[in-house]
Each structure stands twice: as C-alpha cells, then as structure tokens.
Design a protein around this ligand. Structure first.
Ligand code: AFP
Length: 333
C-alpha cells in the first residue's frame, strides 16, 4: 500500500524557501506567524456557540474574565503574533482607522501586512463560516518604519495573499505568485496539512452565480440585466453565503461568478480594496480566474485611501468577462 506523505505547512514553506536561495526567511516566518494566529482564532471561533456558558462579548465569563468581541479578539491576536518579529515595517487592519505601527521597542522589517481579521463577522451568531484575509507587500518607502505609502500599493505588487476559512474545517489558502495552495487544520495535532496543492478553478466551471439579490432594486440597469440573463438561461444555480471568504472559497473549488456590485447605497461597492478585494483577486488570478471591478482588473487599481471600497466581480474568466460586457453598456446607477 502506498500512502501519500503528510506535508505540514512548515515543511511546505521550508521547501518553497529552498527554491529561492536569496530568501532571508523573513517571508516564511510571516506565513508561519499567520498560521499561528489562525489556529488561535480558529479555537475561539469554534467556541462561539458556547457564548451563553462562557460569557457574551462585552460581559464577564464564568471565570470573571472580560470577554472580547471575536472580531476584536482576532484583530488583537494577529497584531500580537506579528508586532515583535522584526519582519514587518507596519500593518493595516480593516478594524483600525489608521496604519498600525510596530511598537518602538521592536525592530522593524521589510514587509507590510494588511488584513481583515474576521470577515463576515455578522455570521458568527448563526454559526456560518467566516474567515481572515491577508495581504503582504514589500516596504517601498525610505525610512525604517512603514508609512501609509507602503500600504497604498496596487494589488499586482502583492508578494503574498491568503485567507483562512473557519468552516466545517479550518483551511489556510495562500499564494506567493507561483500557484495557490490549500492546507487543512488537523485539530488533533494542531497542524495545517497540505490538502489542496496547486488549486485551479475548474474548467468547465460550475454555472453558479453568487450575489445578494435582495439589492436588485438598487443596481444599475446593466447589473440588473446581467442577473436577469443568468436567471433566464435556466442553466445557472445560485449560492450566496454572505461571507466573502466562504463564497470565494466555493468559487475557487467549483468555478462560477461572485459579485458584489456598486449600488445606490454603496456607490463604490461595499468590499474593501486592500483588505478583501486585492488579496482575493491575487488568489483567484493565480488559480486561473479573473477579478475586476466590472471594468478594470482589481490588481491594477491604484489605492488612494486605506479603507477604499470597490465593486467586485471574480471567478471563472468567462463569467467575469460576460459581466464586464453587460456593465459597460450601462454604468449609471
Ligand atoms: P460583515 O463582516 O459585516 O459580516 O460583512 C461581510 C462582508 O464584508 C463580506 O464578507 C460579504 O461578502 C459581504 O460583506 C456581505 O454583504 P451583504 O450582507 O451586504 O450581502
């Protein structure tokens, strides 16, 4: 009987680092630290349903300790896993208004980390999958400590992007620009194991579109006609979880079209360019798909502010291009 070797995330990262003799190891360590943060968040997320026993956020638990909201907990865990390592020049989080500096007592490094610590957090109370999204850039500014300019870089300059899905299993999926690799957490040994090497969006893709259709009345004519076309074909299925990580993960595994368009309430879309759209765009593009704002490639959008929003169309190339053709006809909202 032949058994496949078990490849842990650590072993995989060491192997990848060996293929780049110029590597300092800093980058590998960032991914290691991210994996550690993911395990800590995963442990807390899996306890979310026990909130009545363990204590609701903002109150004290049975041990008399104060309980943090999960998204703030996740934000804190990632920051603390990263702040002292000497690999990062600064960070930026969806939860914080400004660039998050590295404390003065710790050395600063050459990379910048942007993250959405717990995306889809409104789904926590109903036990639906949620996730963490992260993006890594190289520092480009002169000084030792990172600045806003280091965070406001185009998606095509990302050196790595990834997400962690807290679902029926916890998965870490990442790319450094040479393929997308997925690891599943084995809770019995506390290790991420390589379960999805070289992920690519399947061809032919599943005919699935994913959008919050309740906003139909707020969409542009082009957007309405696109969805009417997809429905009218009678060939498409529809899936929408409302947690971007979960919706993108399904799209990656099965193909399809995920959309969060601009609408009258969100004229620039709802999703954040730096924390959600750009990292997911890098992953989907690396997996053979496409990601646009309806017209422009997401990876080519020049960010001008930290919390900038963008419409998002991502998934199988043919569907993203189809969406673009409908939207170009009528961009008025
Ligand atoms: P929350 O973090 O507030 O739950 O928002 C999740 C999210 O940013 C993204 O994960 C979903 O794709 C999208 O918003 C869902 O938004 P709608 O509820 O408007 O469909």
């Amino acid at each position: 009987m032949t058994t496949r070797p078990v490849v842990t995330l650590s072993r995989f990262l060491v192997h990848q680092e060996r293929m780049h003799p110029e590597a300092t190891g800093a980058f590998t360590n960032i991914l290691h630290d991210m994996a550690l943060a993911a395990k800590l968040i995963s442990r807390e997320v899996s306890k979310a349903g026990l909130v009545d026993i363990l204590g609701a956020a903002g109150r004290e638990n049975v041990h008399g300790e104060s309980v943090q909201k999960l998204d703030l907990f996740a934000n804190d865990v990632i920051y603390r896993a990263m702040d002292h390592t000497g690999h990062l020049a600064c960070m930026a989080s969806e939860e914080d208004d400004e660039v998050v500096p590295i404390p003065d007592e710790f050395p600063a490094g050459e990379y910048v980390l942007l993250y959405d610590p717990l995306d889809g957090s409104s789904n926590i109370d109903v036990n639906v999958s949620i996730g963490t999204i992260f993006s890594v850039h190289r520092k480009v500014s002169e000084g030792k400590r990172g600045t806003l300019a280091d965070c406001l870089q185009m998606g095509c300059r990302q050196v790595a992007a990834g997400y962690v899905l807290y679902g029926s299993s916890t998965m870490l999926v990442y790319t450094t620009g040479s393929g997308v690799h997925g690891f599943t957490l084995d809770p019995s040994i506390g290790e991420f194991l390589l379960s999805h090497p070289r992920m690519t969006i399947p061809e032919p893709p599943s005919k699935t579109y994913s959008i919050n259709e309740a906003y139909y009345a707020r969409w542009s004519r082009g957007q309405q006609r696109l969805v009417s076309y997809l429905k009218g074909k009678g060939e498409f299925g529809s899936r929408y979880i409302g947690s971007m990580v979960a919706d993108v993960h399904r799209t990656l595994l099965q193909g399809g079209l995920f959309m969060y368009p601009a609408d009258t309430r969100h004229p620039r879309g709802k999703l954040r360019l730096l924390y959600e759209a750009a990292p997911m765009a890098m992953i989907v593009t690396q997996a053979g798909g496409r990601a646009t704002d309806g017209a422009r490639d997401i990876l080519e959008i020049e960010p001008v502010e930290l919390h900038q929003r963008t419409p998002v169309y991502l998934g199988s190339s043919e569907f993203v291009e189809l969406a673009g053709r409908y939207l170009v006809e009528d961009s008025e909202i």
